[in-house]
Design a protein around this ligand. Structure first.
Ligand code: NAD
Length: 359
């Protein structure tokens, strides 16, 4: 992106607010971006990263905050999109005082932004943040580890993909290749097994996770990382890192459906989204089907109720079918259709709220 012209960028992509903050005493140095609060307060985690430059940090924060707007809107939540990035080496900067200083900045935004854990921050760190602000979710003893419910949301996404492709979503008829059996991949495999999956292949680079799968589910077959794409299965499920769908890997994929948890899994959203569509593969957009964790923490704001969080996560199934229908109707890649769907919801709700009522 050449030199970043912040106001031009904000105008073009409808950002509301960019906040820089620096705490003299703890060295806390960060940026909070609030993208869009039409639907509700902007929610997005706090990430600590040793960015090469301040501009890199800002660009990352802008991108991630906007992604959260789409994710929340496409998930039917009354939330906007935001994000915080803290610049530094996580191992060196973290302390109680550091996170309490962050909490005070979050509080100063008066509820326009709600934070949570993200890369290099934990529920324990958020406990310190919560000492200084009411606007933090994902706390210990509340909604808990998001990964099982994220895995469950992906499971419903997989089912919607199958329904769209075959007109039948009975898991026992189908086979699966799962890339990454860490947190979310591990739970997804569990749900697929429970539903009677015909065959599951998985790959991993962590010996610990390979051993866990072999011990707990010996029928799930291990394949080498480079062989996972070319498995003759119904669903390829990327649950490892971003960028794994690219010009090298997409031509190898034999599955007619792609549905996994990994964020930003398309290396180049436009190029690779279209490449997948042109190959006749159904792509279940990452931010739509991996939203279970967000839906789960959202319920903390309502007074946490696990059953309600689970039933809202199951709605990913119907939502994805709607999005895939938009993609067909408009002749666009499904990732783009998901953004159209999210934007339509934002516009519709904005209009619903346009009349005056006394409260
Ligand atoms: P994780 O680190 O627990 O699991 C990822 C696994 O992938 C690891 O075990 C790692 O060893 C493995 N892996 C990495 N590269 C690999 C490769 N080339 N081949 C095979 N295996 C490889 O992470 P996670 O929490 O399961 O998250 C996975 C993805 O889902 C990430 O992109 C994350 O951002 C996204 N996501 C997670 C959640 C959540 O609730 N945990 C929510 C939304 C999105």
């Amino acid at each position: 992106m050449g030199e970043l012209k912040v106001f031009e960028h904000m105008q073009k992509h409808h950002y509301e607010q960019v906040v820089h903050f620096y705490d003299q005493y703890t060295g806390l140095k960060g940026i909070t971006v609030i993208h869009d609060t039409t639907l509700g307060p902007a929610l997005g985690g706090t990430r600590i990263w040793n960015y090469a430059s301040e501009e890199d940090a800002l660009v990352d924060c802008l991108r991630l905050a906007r992604g959260m707007t789409y994710k929340a809107a496409a998930s039917g939540l009354n939330l906007g999109g935001g994000k915080t990035v803290l610049i530094g080496d996580a191992a060196a900067v973290k302390s109680e005082a550091y996170f309490r200083a962050l909490g005070r900045y979050v509080q100063s935004l008066n509820g326009r932004y709600i934070t949570a854990e993200d890369v290099n921050t934990s529920t324990k760190d958020m406990g310190y943040v919560a000492m200084e602000t009411d606007h933090v979710v994902g706390l210990e003893g509340k909604s808990g580890n998001p990964s099982p419910i994220t895995g469950l949301g992906v499971f419903y996404g997989v089912k919607a993909g199958l329904q769209r492709k075959y007109g039948n979503a009975d898991i026992e008829n189908y086979s699966f290749a799962v890339q990454g059996a860490g947190q979310t991949g591990y739970y997804l495999i569990g749900y697929l097994l429970e539903a009677g999956a015909k065959k599951i292949y998985f790959t991993e680079i962590s010996q610990k996770h390979i051993d866990r799968m072999k011990a707990e589910h010996p029928k799930v077959a291990f394949v080498a990382p480079e062989d996972i794409y070319s498995q003759e299965v119904d669903v390829f499920s990327p649950c490892a890192l971003g960028g794994s769908l690219n010009s090298d890997t997409i031509p190898q994929i034999k599955a007619p459906i792609i549905a996994g948890s990994a964020n930003n899994v398309l290396l180049d959203e436009d190029l690779h989204g279209r490449m997948i569509m042109d190959r006749g593969i159904i792509y279940c957009p990452d931010f739509v089907i991996n939203a279970g964790g967000l839906i789960n923490v959202y319920h903390e704001l309502q007074g946490y109720n696990k059953d309600r969080a689970i039933s809202d996560t199951a709605k990913i199934y119907d939502r994805l079918l709607e999005i895939l229908a938009i993609a067909d109707k408009e002749g666009v890649p499904s990732q783009q259709a998901a953004k159209i769907f999210a934007q339509q919801r934002i516009e519709t709700i904005k209009n619903v709220r346009s009349n005056y009522i006394s409260r």
